[in-house]
Design a binder for this molecule. Structure first.
Ligand code: TRP
Length: 448
């Protein structure tokens, strides 16, 4: 990858896959997916999630790759080029990573705290709730945010290089932790929760869980905000887009499932409730490591890899926002980084303080400011952005263009054109709209 004036290209096909997977695989897989699964009843949520990945995630990702590679532009430029009326979708596509990276950095800070607390086993006894709401969390947040800015300043090519090392390591460490987790006495209960639990009391509710699964599908695959449009724009013309649009979601889903295997058997074996929310990975895993030989070492290793996963994603999130100010407003990289780095850090600090007594008591409607910072991207910006993208590709962009892009001008065979078209034109936008309405009704109901 290079700068935007002379559009760079990925060094190799595998480099692209790892970088796209590096963007997709992050806290969303290892932190958010397990906690949503735990809150939403396990198996039924998993089914919803997998259906969304198959019928929405893969087609929309292919659409984003095609749009990016065709236009060779950033998301806003790409939308504007196809149809001026859709420029606002491009603007939404910038606002989303801006909000996400703000709170993402806070979680990244928690990860660093857990790295330094793991070697001695202190992580197992940390009072998670008190920690995340206090002022100490702000210090770790600042350190993480500074790391992200530092890597971003070195240019985006570092993402590809870093991903090449970090991504394979993440899978290896996950396997080690899974082996420990599933061999604990009582671990099968956790597997049952993931793969067989249909108990309606366990947390699954249609109006809450289906929209959560949709939001997570977009979040986890980095869709609906132009990240994959940008990545597609760096792809060379020989690359096989349909293949990549399957491989990346496959890797991402595998990582999420593996995180589930690492966490749930242990959660149940330790008799911990699976629905503890955002603290699940932080409160449970240290307890697992405490019980294994050389646990301090494995625990540290695990959180280091979680840090890598978080870093590759956070760098690419920040890169999405600064590529906008660099392209559109002609800001230099350093100016963009300074202004956006500071503003996302301030916003993140507000998110962080909402977890405790300092700002946690201030409610805007049903949620704290921090709650809204997660709610708006997950339930509004990403789904609506994804829906408008489908509408634009399916109804505004003449269909033979994306098809030509996807088949490399007819040179590669893509047997699923009819299915893909149907997904992009009809199924995806209607499904997103339906889920959006369900969420809206649930939300308005919760206000009443
Ligand atoms: N997919 C990332 C994760 O699961 C988070 C993310 C969302 C992201 N959108 C992105 C990362 C855009 C990079 C770019 O953690």
């Amino acid at each position: 990858m290079g700068d935007n004036n002379k559009r760079g290209q990925w060094g190799s096909s595998i480099g692209f896959v790892l970088a796209a997977a590096g963007s997709a695989i992050g806290l969303g897989n290892i932190w958010k997916f397990p906690y949503l699964l735990g809150q939403n009843g396990g198996f039924l949520f998993l089914i919803c999630y997998l259906i969304f990945i198959a019928v929405l995630g893969i087609p929309v990702m292919l659409g984003e790759f095609a749009l990016g590679r065709r236009t060779q532009l950033n998301p806003l430029g790409a939308y504007r080029k196809i149809d001026k009326r859709f420029s606002f979708v491009g603007v939404m596509a910038i606002l989303t990573p801006f909000l996400i990276v703000s709170y993402y950095n806070v979680i990244g800070g928690w990860v660093i705290k857990y790295i330094v607390s793991s070697p001695t086993g202190a992580a197992a006894n940390l009072d998670f709730g008190a920690f995340i709401g206090g002022t100490e969390a702000l210090v770790w947040h600042l350190i993480f945010a500074a790391l992200v800015v530092f890597f971003c300043a070195k240019g985006a090519s570092s993402i590809e290089a870093a991903s090449k090392v970090m991504m394979p390591s993440i899978f290896i460490i996950l396997i080690v932790v899974i082996i420990r987790s599933v061999t604990l006495p009582g671990a099968t209960e956790g597997l049952k929760f993931m793969f067989a639990n249909t108990d309606p009391e366990a947390g699954f509710s249609f109006a809450k869980s289906v929209p959560a699964a949709l939001g997570q599908c977009f979040f986890s695959l980095s869709l609906g905000m132009g990240a994959m449009i940008t990545y597609g724009s760096y792809l060379n013309k020989q690359e096989n887009l349909p293949k990549q649009a399957i491989v990346v979601p496959l890797l991402d889903t595998s990582a999420a499932l593996m995180a589930g295997f690492a966490i749930f058997p242990a959660v149940f074996a330790m008799g911990i409730e699976p629905n503890s929310g955002a603290g699940l990975a932080f409160m449970t895993l240290p307890k697992v490591f405490e019980k294994m030989p050389a646990g301090g070492l494995f625990g540290t290793l695990f959180f280091v890899l979680l840090l890598f996963a978080a870093l590759t994603s956070a760098i690419s999130l920040l890169e999405c926002t600064i590529s906008f100010t660099m392209d559109e407003w002609n800001w230099s990289r350093n100016k963009s980084l300074a202004i956006l780095g500071v503003s996302t850090t301030v916003l993140g600090a507000i998110y962080s303080l909402c977890n405790g007594s300092i700002l946690g008591g201030i409610m805007i409607g049903p949620m704290t400011i921090g709650g809204w910072m997660e709610f708006i991207p997950d339930y509004i910006l990403m789904p609506i952005g994804g829906m408008l993208m489908c509408i634009m590709i399916g109804w505004v962009w003449k269909f033979d263009e994306p098809i030509r892009e996807i088949t490399n001008d007819g040179r590669i065979k893509f047997s699923y054109i009819a299915i893909w078209k149907a997904c992009i034109k009809w199924l995806s936008p209607l499904l997103i709209l339906a889920v959006f309405i369900i969420k809206l009704v649930e939300f308005l109901g919760s206000l009443a």
